[in-house]
Design a protein around this ligand. Structure first.
Ligand code: DSN
Length: 486
């Protein structure tokens, strides 16, 4: 079995801690305790292949359930808007120190509550640094309260009309990278870059040409569904050529950066001005966000709370400190390498069964399967797989004919099952099961008898068959082995 920090070295203690905690909860609202027990049972008995999910260690999970939750701590370490933040200062400093050391960053801000919060905070930090600061200087005032109403109007206009260039959603970018319906697409004058229609890969020359024409203030790199590595050195070159700030959203692949699978040009930290992330995906920490930046951007990033974010979740910052400490171990590096190796095994498993993959494969933790050849939409495929206990999520493929709701793709990720100890053979088996399910699913019709993008029919007996085979795999690699709830 590979490294697995979700294994439970203190299984008896953990069993007793959770059993007793659930008893305390049940005494107030038994249905919450019951749903919590059921969630563990469900996670234990399904193939979790959602690329953005993982299993945090009991140490990380337990850290979130404390009285730090009750503390307000707006501001930054040593500069709070609330009294009695000495212990929050301790855990926030620890989390930031671990993050800086783990990623080799000049500055770390661990307050964002999620990846979207981290991105919004970073955008405002870049605007503060690049627009507001110079603007106030030009206007000859230090404080915006001293601006005349007319100048304030002009500054507001400048703030809301800057240019942002990010990867399009259907090419694998995120909603917050300038997607029109998202706030990022509305607050910025945005353009999007895609991928080469032949290869599915980022075309850096085309991107450079677009950047030169558009001249964005912010170039966003990073992805949620692109199954390949990105050359961040090249991204920085392009940003520098057009005077843009390079922001990299590494939410998905932070674990591969922390685990040193992505190094050199593939490591965003030495190349970007600002890096945003979540802590709960491949990094295997608590649900939350964080930002890394150069010293130059640090004072603007620090204004995140309370200017953009609500009060920091101190209990989650404490859990980030624990998770980042875990990620600084050689065992985590082994885990991260396994995540990438397993993604290759999964991709090879699909390709050997004639499946079509976006970009033809993977070199990160994501595999994006195009399900059109099975006559299904992503939504139908996702539902049929779920019936068989295979938990995935539907995802657009480049220029998706079915749009962002029904989609034509299924996104797979290896971080969670790698945490359980799955290796090459297990992921090959997963590919076999998925292809089996999809090959035995038919698109359905709507109430009027017309073709539907949502309904489907999975062949009789298929769900039970796949669940049976999955159970054998899952039993060999238990989630939180030794954790038993009384
Ligand atoms: N929800 C995350 C994901 O699944 O990729 C990104 O927002």
């Amino acid at each position: 079995m590979s490294d697995n920090s979700a294994q439970t070295p203190n299984a008896d203690l953990v069993s007793s801690a959770y059993s007793q905690a659930l008893e305390v909860i049940a005494a107030v609202e038994p249905r919450v305790a019951e749903a919590t027990r059921k969630e563990l049972a469900d996670q234990r008995s399904s193939l979790k292949l959602i690329a953005s999910e993982n299993y945090a260690s009991p140490a990380v999970l337990l850290t979130m359930g404390t009285w730090f939750s009750d503390k307000y701590a707006e501001g930054t370490v040593g500069h709070r808007f609330y009294a009695a933040c000495q212990n929050v200062d301790t855990i926030e400093s620890l989390a930031a120190e671990h993050a800086r050391e783990l990623f080799g960053a000049e500055y770390a801000y661990v307050q964002p509550h999620s990846g979207i919060d981290a991105n919004l905070t970073a955008y405002w930090a870049i605007l503060a640094h690049r627009v507001e600061g110079p603007w106030l200087k030009n206007a000859g005032v230090k404080n915006m309260n001293d601006l005349s109403d007319a100048d304030w109007e002009k500054l507001r206009h400048e703030f809301g009309n800057q240019r942002l260039l990010g990867m399009s959603l259907d090419a694998g970018g995120h909603l917050t990278h300038g997607f029109r319906p998202n706030i990022s697409g509305k607050m910025f004058h945005q353009q999007q870059y895609g991928t080469n229609p032949e290869t599915g890969l980022i075309d850096y020359d085309a991107l450079r040409a677009k950047a030169k024409e558009f001249k964005p203030l912010i170039l966003v790199a990073g992805y949620s569904a692109y199954p390949r590595r990105v050359n961040f050195a090249k991204m920085r070159e392009i940003a520098d050529e057009v005077g843009a700030t390079l922001m990299v959203d590494m939410a998905h692949f932070a674990g591969l950066v922390a685990g040193k699978v992505f190094q050199g040009d593939e490591d965003p930290v030495p190349h970007a001005h600002i890096v945003t992330s979540t802590s709960h995906k491949s990094l295997r920490g608590p649900r939350g966000g964080f930002i890394l930046s150069t010293e130059e951007y640090a004072p603007s990033v620090d204004r995140g709370c309370p200017m953009v974010l609500g009060g920091p979740l101190s209990h989650v910052m404490a859990a980030k400190a624990v998770a980042f400490a875990e990620a600084r171990t050689p065992a985590f590096q082994t885990y991260s390498q396994n995540v990438a190796d397993n993604a290759k095994s999964l991709a090879e498993g699909f390709l050997s069964r004639d499946a079509k993959l976006v970009t033809g494969g993977t070199d990160n933790h994501i595999v994006l399967l195009d399900v059109a050849k099975y006559g299904l939409t992503g939504r139908q495929a996702e539902s049929a797989l779920l019936d068989a206990g295979v938990v995935t999520n539907r995802n657009s493929v480049p220029n998706d004919p079915n749009g962002a709701w029904y989609t034509t793709g299924i996104r797979f990720g290896t971080p969670a099952l790698t945490t359980r100890g799955f290796g090459h053979d297990e992921f090959d088996k997963v590919a076999e099961l998925v292809v089996d399910v999809l090959s035995n699913t038919e698109a359905g019709v709507n109430k009027a008898g017309a073709p539907s993008k949502a309904t489907y029919k999975l062949a009789d007996g298929m769900a039970d068959k796949v669940r049976g085979i999955s159970a054998e795999l899952l039993d060999k690699h238990p989630l939180y082995p030794g954790l038993e709830l009384s």
